[in-house]
Design a protein around this ligand. Structure first.
Ligand code: UD1
Ligand code: MG
Length: 447
């Protein structure tokens, strides 16, 4: 059995460079907040206890972290990364296991990498640091190694020219047993150029007690931090590039990959085909052989096998398109279950609705689902035919195989197999147009 795992997520920063009224770590990448990425990472690597360190100013982060089921530790004021981790001491009291420190603004560390970090502790290292080799090491802390062991982390501003020349940098992910971590943190001081308590000092502190430190190396892409809107845009692009490659390599056709945007959880089966300019919000699952034509926006939606969507369709949360069904151009759906082979081909709004199998919804059909206060259901039975330009005033039920004349405002249930016509009767006046035109032409000629 592996040693129990815990994580502390540092999120007490002020995030001034983001220029945002919202805390930085709540900004989204790939359809979810950076905080959620990191919480999910910790969880996926098996962390049983996850403590999020927030400042008093970060009420929004606190609320979001609580909603994610994280424990909260408040750090006020912010006196450095060691001080931040120390504020989680109470929350971790009595936890016998290993602890990894993660930054909430570094969303892309993979489960595999974090697993390697925990594993290295399980294999006898006392303190493990995740390093990387950026093109430009700049202000990152440098990892000083000797014969495969990590001897120290030196912050850039405190480094000698030789140390600055080291290319191996600190990603910020540091791990040790809870016991070693807090023992060392109690011994960190702030005698340095920034006057801060540096988490990085624990390496030398633990080594001076004969403990073993090691660096593990990650891809630079994984440990990219987000500090500004520019970084956020770069992170989003990097995420999209990865998703496009992953989709292509699992056998999804992307007609113009650079114009398709995914969310973290977009799931598309093999042999589905995605046209240009398609955006997937969170919660989309697409079965094989489905086709999403260009210019569609999907969110919280399930697409069945071989279904055809768009071009220009907007499928909102709660949409469930059955196998072989269709939603064509300028169709909007929401909380709508569409049965196998049913078609909504043009210019419709279908919300809070359940449509059976093999139904045909004519152009311009609207489910009038909202009365200004409450939402109501529309039900359409198997094989029903909804004439073009029908308004279905919910709650309303259209029976199996019923037939609705075009242009109806349907306020009453329609029995199975019935014809419903709900519009003013047409009256034709023979010869009227001819007489009218002749009279008008005469008047105009006199002027
Ligand atoms: C830190 C590391 C550096 C590493 C770099 C990677 C230290 C001393 N230095 O430097 O070696 O290369 O990250 O990005 O650890 N935070 C708090 N409370 C605080 C201070 C910071 O929660 O009191 C949080 C911040 O919100 C941030 C993270 O900790 O998410 C890192 O803090 P930051 O000030 O950015 O550290 P760096 O100087 O970049
Ligand atoms: Mg930083």
């Amino acid at each position: 059995m592996s040693t129990p795992r815990a994580a502390v997520i540092l999120a007490a920063g002020k995030s001034t460079r983001m220029k945002s009224t919202r805390s930085k770590v709540l900004h989204h990448v790939g359809g979810r907040s950076m905080l959620e990425w990191v919480a999910q990472l910790a969880r996926s690597a098996g962390a049983e206890k996850i403590v999020c360190v927030v400042g008093e100013e970060n009420a929004d982060v606190r609320a979001a972290a609580e909603a994610l089921g994280l424990e909260i530790a408040v750090q006020e004021p912010q006196l450095g990364t060691a001080h931040a981790v120390s504020s989680a001491k109470k929350a971790l009291k009595g936890f016998k296991g290993n602890l990894a420190i993660l930054y909430a603004d570094t969303p892309f560390v993979t489960k595999r990498t974090l697993n390697r970090v925990y594993k290295s502790l399980e294999n006898g290292t006392d303190v493990t640091v995740l390093g990387f080799e950026p093109e430009n090491p700049g202000a990152y802390g440098r990892l000083i190694t000797h014969k495969g062991e990590l001897t120290a982390i030196v912050e850039a501003r405190e480094a000698s020219p030789e140390e600055l020349a080291v290319g191996l940098c600190n990603s910020g992910v540091v791990a040790a047993s809870v016991k070693n971590m807090f023992w060392a943190l109690d011994r960190v001081d702030n005698n340095n150029l920034k006057g801060e308590y540096y988490l990085t000092d624990i390496v030398q502190i633990l080594r001076s007690k004969g403990k073993k430190a090691k660096a593990i190396i990650a891809d630079t892409e994984e440990v990219m931090g987000v500090n500004s809107r520019v970084d956020l845009a770069i992170a989003e692009m990097a995420f999209q590039v990865r998703m496009r490659q992953a989709m292509l390599s699992k056998g999804v056709t992307l007609r113009d990959p650079d114009t398709v945007y995914f969310s973290h959880d977009t799931s598309i089966a093999q042999d589905a085909e995605i046209g240009a300019n398609v955006v997937f919000g969170p919660g989309v699952k697409i079965a094989k052989h489905a086709v999403i034509h260009p210019f569609c926006h999907l969110e919280g939606t399930k697409i069945g096998e071989g279904a055809q969507i768009g071009p220009f369709a907007r499928l909102r949360p709660g949409t469930d398109m059955g196998a072989g069904s269709k939603a064509g151009n300028f169709v909007e759906t929401k909380k709508a279950k569409i049965g196998k082979g049913s078609k909504i081909n043009h210019l419709s709004y279908i919300g809070d609705a359940k449509i059976g199998v093999g139904a045909n919804v004519g152009a311009g059909t609207i489910t009038c689902n909202y009365d200004g206060y409450f939402k109501h259901q529309t039900q359409i039975g198997d094989g029903a035919f909804i004439g073009s330009n029908s308004s279905l005033v919910a709650p309303v039920k259209i029976g199996k195989g019923a037939y609705l004349g075009s242009g109806g405002v349907i306020t009453k249930d329609v029995p199975s197999g019935a014809l419903a016509v709900a519009r003013a009767q047409q009256s034709n006046k023979a010869g009227w147009a001819k007489r009218y035109n002749a009279a008008q032409k005469k008047r105009k000629a006199k002027k």
